[in-house]
Design a protein around this ligand. Structure first.
Ligand code: UDP
Length: 239
């Protein structure tokens, strides 16, 4: 495999073309942004840790029947993935109330929801990725009703598998965001990453936050938290 020109640079990752039209290399950066990129920073080993964590999670999900874009980890900060057209919708799943939902609804953070809550956000940086509903998504041409049905079902299955995985790690999966993409043959697959950047993860015993909220809220020990997740994850997938 030959790595070619950079196709795209985002806040936390770069994407490179390869000699195969349907495969790209994703490179994880140490840069971190929050609050629609109003807060910027970078922390040691973030790229390496997120690449390693996301790799293990995507391998676990694939093993359990989830179609993904992931092909293989290439090195410390790079992975090879299938080229997909990212569907411009963020699928957010909440098992506990936190973050923007706590603020928007005036509900205390940490409350367990009796139902799985799905939020849909329109991926549009200029607008700050607004919360939308299914009808808006169809109106915007982001997905059809049938596709949304399939996307929610896939997201729900991913949630159940992740809850079980994090449970083994003595961690509560509070909420997370995933992105789905379409392969060249039109199949909807899990894309992007799943890492402490995209999930809220709380230690079951201490309720310590082991995710990007340590960066967002200046709680310190950011790298240590990501290392802790990687460490527990390695044990969980190997047991
Ligand atoms: N999230 C994400 N990227 C985003 C927005 C949210 O990965 O652009 C994740 C976030 O880490 C959390 C979940 O989605 O695990 C729900 O986030 P929320 O809507 O509460 O927004 P936030 O509080 O992160 O602004």
């Amino acid at each position: 495999m030959e790595k070619k020109e950079m196709l795209y640079e985002g806040k936390a990752k770069q994407v490179f073309a390869t000699d195969k039209a349907d495969e790209v290399v994703v490179r994880y950066k140490d840069d971190a942004t929050a609050f629609n990129a109003q807060k910027r920073g970078s922390f040691a080993r973030k790229g390496e840790l997120n690449n390693a964590i996301s790799t293990l999670i995507f391998e676990y999900l694939a093993k359990n029947g989830i179609p993904t874009h992931f092909i293989e980890k290439l090195g410390d900060i790079e992975q090879l993935v299938k080229k997909v057209d990212i569907i411009p919708l963020e699928m957010v799943v909440r098992n506990y109330v936190a973050g923007s939902m706590a603020q928007r609804l005036g509900v205390e953070e940490g409350l367990k929801s009796p139902v799985t809550i799905f939020d849909l956000c329109y991926k549009k940086d200029e607008l700050g990725d607004p919360l939308i509903n299914d009808h808006h998504a169809v109106f915007l041409g982001a997905a059809s009703y049938d596709e949304l049905k399939e996307m929610y079902a896939l997201t729900d299955k991913i949630n159940q598998l992740l809850i079980a995985l994090f449970d083994k790690m003595n961690i509560i999966l509070v909420d997370f965001k995933i992105e789905l993409g379409k392969t060249s043959d039109g199949k909807i697959v899990l894309a992007d990453e799943i890492s402490p950047d995209t999930c809220r993860l709380w230690d079951k015993d201490t309720m310590k936050k082991l995710d990007k909220d340590r960066f967002r809220r200046d709680l310190g020990e950011v790298t240590e938290a990501y290392e802790e997740i990687y460490d527990r994850l390695q044990k969980a997938v190997n047991s």
